[in-house]
Design a protein around this ligand. Structure first.
Ligand SMILES: [Zn+2]
Length: 275
């Protein structure tokens, strides 16, 4: 256990799962760590990002290890080129395996994916940004979102719920959400340019920005900002589990861009309908 998340150790690799999603049948999900891979510093060791300067062959080996560990064929993974947008893409059967083995085939320019196709593992990559996983047990639809500060103020998570409603007739009351490990309010200091965007989007900085200093800096609570925008769509607060795990506070376990001052690897979060 690390805060509320359930840990699975299998052949020297740890993965984490949300408690609320783990109680559900017919889905698989995971949050990977940086432990149990083959990459050298600064990507040690389970880096699954092709775009960060690591050797592609090693990244592919790491992904194969992770896929084996979570027992989901790598060819069923779907990965996007994340661009800190609020864009949501519906993933269809024809996109199976996009971005799984290389960067070229990754879905273009999106930070949120949604699907009702079984055995299609929607995967987001992080090193401080927030992974948000969604599951509607009634409609059997899943979604995965990557939200840094930009994606958070562009309402990527809220846009995803809107897509679930509009395209899959999901009732927000049914949807379960996991907000995963990312840089926490303890360590995410931001400047005035970010704070003004927060105020513009949310109408206030109360509860979003903590400990504002005289020079206009403050600590952005990405977990709260994502949770609140999800609650606004009608998803009950009790359906939303926040891992409360800060990547900066746990640099041995998760990649943290801030902690490693830029050059680092990526861990992943994935979710799929399994039956
Ligand atoms: Zn922290």
């Amino acid at each position: 256990m690390l805060n509320g998340m359930l840990e699975t150790r299998h052949r020297s690799m740890s993965t984490f799962r949300f408690q609320n999603l783990s109680k559900q049948g017919r889905i698989d999900h995971f949050v990977s760590t940086r432990i149990g891979g083959l990459s050298s510093p600064p990507y040690e060791s389970l880096n699954i990002g092709f775009h960060v300067g690591d050797t592609p062959e090693t990244v592919l080996s790491n992904r194969a290890r992770l896929a084996g560990n979570v027992r989901i064929p790598l060819s069923d993974f779907v990965v996007a080129k994340q661009v800190h947008s609020g864009t949501v893409t519906i993933v269809t059967e024809g996109m199976r395996g996009y971005g799984a083995m290389d960067l070229d085939t990754a879905i273009e320019e999106t930070d949120a994916t949604v699907t009702d196709v079984p055995h299609l593992c929607l995967t987001v990559l992080m090193a401080d940004c927030v992974p948000v996983l969604f599951f509607d047990p009634r409609k059997r639809v899943v979604a995965a979102v990557h939200a840094g500060w930009r994606g958070t103020v562009k309402l990527a998570a809220q846009n995803t719920v809107n897509s679930l409603r509009e395209n899959f007739s999901c009732d927000p009351a049914d949807i379960l959400v996991g907000i995963g490990p990312s840089i926490g309010p303890c360590h995410y200091e931001v400047g005035p340019e970010v704070i003004s965007e927060v105020e513009e989007t949310f109408g206030s900085t109360d509860g979003y920005i903590n400990g504002e200093s005289a020079d206009g800096k403050g600590h952005f609570d990405l977990w709260e900002a994502n949770k609140r925008q999800i609650i606004e769509t009608g998803i009950p607060g009790q359906n939303i589990e926040v891992a409360q795990i800060c990547t900066y506070c746990n640099p041995h376990l998760f990649f943290s861009e801030r902690h490693q001052k830029g050059r680092t690897g990526r861990f992943g979060a994935g979710i799929m309908v399994s039956a």
